[in-house]
Design a protein around this ligand. Sequence first.
Ligand code: HSE
Length: 442
Amino acid sequence: MKPIQVGLLGAGTVGSGTFNVLRRNQEEIRRRAGRGIEITMVADLDTARAQALVGEAPDVRIVADARAVIADPDIDVVVELIGGYGVAKQLVLEAIAAGKHVVTANKALLAVHGTEIFEAAHAKGVMVAFEAAVAGGIPIIKALREGLTANSIQWIAGIINGTTNFILSEMRDKGLDFGTVLQEAQRLGYAEADPTFDIEGVDAGHKITLMAAIAFGIPVQFDKAYVEGITKLGAQDIRYAEQLGYRIKLLGITRRGQGGVELRVHPSLVPAKRLLANVEGAMNAVVVQGDAVGTTLYYGKGAGSEPTASAVIADLVDIARLHTAEAEHRVPHLAFQPDALSDLRVVPMDEVVTSYYLRLQVADQAGVLAKVTGLLAEAGINIDAVLQREADEVGGEGATQTDLIILTHATREGTMNAALAQMQALPTVLGPITRIRKEELA
Ligand code: HSE
């Protein structure tokens, strides 16, 4: 059978990995796919970079203009590796309109504009595949969409941003503060020059939005996700959490509850004995809880040239196998048939019920603990554990303030917010209160 012809948009880290792995393993991939998969066009504004990648390979056209790839009638699949919401969105929509299947690693694009893109693809009968958009090389989209299709998914919790997991691991290992480790991460190439999307939780928010849509059959709706990053975490919170038997991880969480679907990203205390708490460095891991299968765990590299290429090529093989099938016989983009999506609402953060770690800088005076715990009691918030360090230990000899750490049982976020406002107003509370949510993941 004639090889399937692929046009690559972007010859950067993932583009070069895709080109190289496809070339290196072409024979095995052909035996699996039932036909060859050939990259016959590469578009990159930096044509010298594309040329360096392609080398002497015959029959690969290099162009600066991505639209030349979309316009080429011989191209069956467009692989979009440009990223972002701008030109990438236009190119993906144009490729769909031209009848091309699309493979993309662009989680930002799909989490924000997925509904429009999947509708366009459905109308045109083409596939938009995005395994590489979530957790890099881990085949989590395949697992959720196909392997776990028998299940009513109950919740997903994942470490789905390697940069922040690297930063948190280093802060814990070396006792360093956030800013110092961020600089180190940038020096090592883990964090982008502009790391905002990673450290503010936006990248993880995009990924959990896509997983929630597939798990629960709801539209992609990143605008309804609660997103909080790791920039305000202090080295002391990581230390105190450790003393209490927890590790702090940036988790993406989605959970089906009575009131709808929770969709949130924030730092979380995770019991140190959980496998997820022991995922270190830039690695990713996702736990999925299904009613039939129970708990399943997926672990691996969430970024990088060849790990992400592994996911891109898996999508290309799916397309090679399925593109001759009737569109309605293919696996739906979001796992559920497009006319069977649910309008299950995304629960506002105020309604989420979870437990909390609180750190208060308080004056070392009689009655302070009683005042704080009194306010929690009035709000009906049940205290699980209290830790107070000696003032000298926290602030040095003669210090007149100390840290008060409180773990609570589960309560509504709105209730906790109201109690926090009252505690913050106490004259004996001397700085902004740190609040970190706690997830038992049992
Ligand atoms: N920037 C992401 C991370 C990788 O740090 O995990 C791409 O999604």
